[in-house]
Design a protein around this ligand. Structure first.
Ligand SMILES: [Fe+2]
Length: 124
C-alpha cells in the first residue's frame, strides 16, 4: 500500500516497535531458565518503549495524526482515536510494570519478574 511519507514513517515505526516486542516476548519466555536474560535487558526495553514508542511515536500520533482524524470526523470518544489513546495509556502502565519487575529482579526480590506489579493487574 502506498502511504503518504508521514504515515509511512508511523507504519515503519510500528515495525520497529513490534520487533522489540517480539524480543521482549522471547526474553520473558526465558525467565527462570538458565539462559534467562539479565534485568538490564528489561530495563533497556523499558527505556526503548518509554523513549521511542511513547515519547517519539505516540507523541507524533497524539500531536499530529489523531487531531487530523478527528477533524475529518473520526470521533475521539467511543471511536478508534479514543481506543488508541486508551492503548497508549495501557502501554505506559506496561512500561512502569516492566521497569518495576526488572528492579525487583535486580534487587533480588521474592516476586517473580513476570508477576504484575500492584496496580497493573488486568492491564494488557
Ligand atoms: Fe502507533
Amino acid at each position: 500500500m502506498n502511504y503518504s511519507r508521514p504515515i509511512q514513517m508511523l507504519v515503519d515505526e510500528h515495525a520497529v516497535i513490534n520487533s522489540v516486542l517480539d524480543a521482549l516476548e522471547a526474553a520473558v519466555a526465558r525467565i527462570g531458565r538458565p539462559d534467562a536474560l539479565p534485568p538490564s535487558f528489561f530495563e533497556q526495553a523499558a527505556d526503548f518503549f518509554a523513549g521511542f514508542a511513547d515519547r517519539c511515536h505516540h507523541a507524533k500520533e497524539e500531536t499530529h495524526l489523531f487531531p487530523r482524524l478527528e477533524a475529518r470526523g473520526i470521533p475521539r470518544d467511543g471511536g478508534p482515536v479514543g481506543c488508541m489513546l486508551s492503548e497508549h495509556e495501557a502501554g505506559r502502565a506496561h512500561i512502569r510494570a516492566l521497569r518495576a519487575a526488572a528492579q525487583r529482579v535486580r534487587q533480588g526480590g521474592q516476586r517473580r519478574a513476570d508477576e504484575p506489579a500492584s496496580g497493573s493487574a488486568g492491564v494488557r
